[in-house]
Design a protein around this ligand. Structure first.
Ligand SMILES: [Zn+2]
Length: 83
């Protein structure tokens, strides 16, 4: 396991789509490599955050626009930056 391969497997690791063997290898590499430990943490946080802010697919663009408008009108300080 090297850094390049390890970081390439982050996504699949989080999606639990790796084989048992690769999971062990990724975990082992993250444990021993501080560089990958940091980037894995960053990656996890990014994925978690983007999942949180991603609108559910059932929301149409029109609804989102209306939502943004309502937020802008009610929370003028945010300038709509929250969505
Ligand atoms: Zn590494």
């Amino acid at each position: 396991m090297n850094c390049k391969l390890c970081s390439a497997l982050f996504q699949e690791f989080l999606e639990n789509s790796l084989s048992e063997e690769l999971i062990v290898e990724v975990q082992e590499h993250i444990r021993t490599c501080s560089k990958c430990r940091v980037s894995f943490r960053t990656y996890t946080v990014t994925v978690t955050l983007s999942r949180k802010v991603d609108p559910p697919c059932s929301v149409s663009p029109e609804t989102l626009d209306r939502l943004r408008k309502v937020i802008r009108e009610n929370f003028p300080k945010s300038h709509g930056a929250v969505v």
